[in-house]
Design a protein around this ligand. Structure first.
Ligand code: UDP
Length: 254
């Protein structure tokens, strides 16, 4: 576990990208206003601009979007006569709604996209096909992965780790509302310290809230680094792929 100073590096052209192929994991909350519900047009535009900035540099961007702004399986099952597995399927369908919103936002900005879903909804998007997803990325299309893993009882964090491992991504970029991973909750403790670097084992053993343990474990086994960063800071995603040291890097180094 290490706390280090921030280093500034200027963004460069495609060949200089530190992470050429990335999976951006954005929570459903990232599509609505703080404490809100559903989809907010301004938040969508802001997200679209961040993704476009990386795409314009030649980065290959895949997006795994959550659905917490619409339905969280375990919560809805707790409060209604709905079986938990059903709640999770509802949650996955919520992510399809979000994926379509991101798709049209990006297309309106001139960025070609494809949505691939882990649950077949053939009238609205493609099914997830690994080799086709990779081909889309190579052709410069942003691929939005919907419906997480397609299986209940897990979250889209695990979906992001899975897709990143499958498409040989250079990194998972985990978007949060704070600067990265802290030693305590920065919303409650103004003295909370930001970790600039953590190993996968640090995260798992200290039970730090980065992503689900299953997601961290899969990234560790696949050797995919995770960068946790604040997507609400303008150009932050571009800065990360260009190698600027921001947020928290999680990888195998101790
Ligand atoms: N979900 C699921 N399997 C998956 C991904 C998601 O069952 O592979 C369900 C789960 O109920 C989850 C909901 O979809 O609560 C929304 O996903 P998530 O909680 O990851 O969304 P986020 O918190 O990132 O917005």
């Amino acid at each position: 576990m290490m706390l280090i100073e921030t280093l500034d590096q200027k963004p460069g052209p495609e060949s200089d990208l530190k992470y050429k192929r990335v999976v951006l994991k954005i929570s459903g909350e990232g599509l609505c206003t703080d404490g809100g519900f559903g989809i907010d047009a301004d938040e969508l535009k802001r997200l679209g601009s961040e993704i476009k900035a990386v795409h314009d540099l030649g980065g290959e961007v895949a997006v795994v979007v959550g659905g917490g702004n619409i339905v969280r399986g375990s919560q809805i099952a707790r409060h209604a006569q709905i079986e938990e597995a059903t709640g999770h399927y509802m949650g996955m369908l919520g992510t399809v709604i979000n994926a379509l919103a991101i798709q049209d936002t990006l297309e309106s900005m001139g960025v070609a996209t494809r949505v691939q879903s882990a649950i077949n909804v053939d009238r609205v998007c493609e099914r997830f096909i690994r080799r086709r997803a990779i081909r889309h990325l190579e052709k410069g299309r942003v691929v939005i992965f919907a419906a997480g893993t397609g299986n209940p009882f897990v979250t889209t964090d695990t979906g992001a780790a899975l897709r990143a491992s499958e498409i040989n991504a250079d990194a998972v970029l985990k978007a949060t509302k704070v600067e990265g991973v802290y030693d305590s909750d920065p919303m409650k403790n103004p003295e909370a310290k930001l970790f600039k670097h953590l190993s996968y084992n640090d995260v798992i053993n200290s039970r730090l809230e980065v992503m689900d343990v299953s997601a961290i474990d899969l990234c560790q086994r696949s050797g995919v680094p995770i960068v946790v960063f604040n997507l609400r800071t303008p150009n932050s995603m571009r800065d990360v792929v260009c190698g600027k040291v921001i947020g928290t890097l999680v990888d195998a180094e101790s």
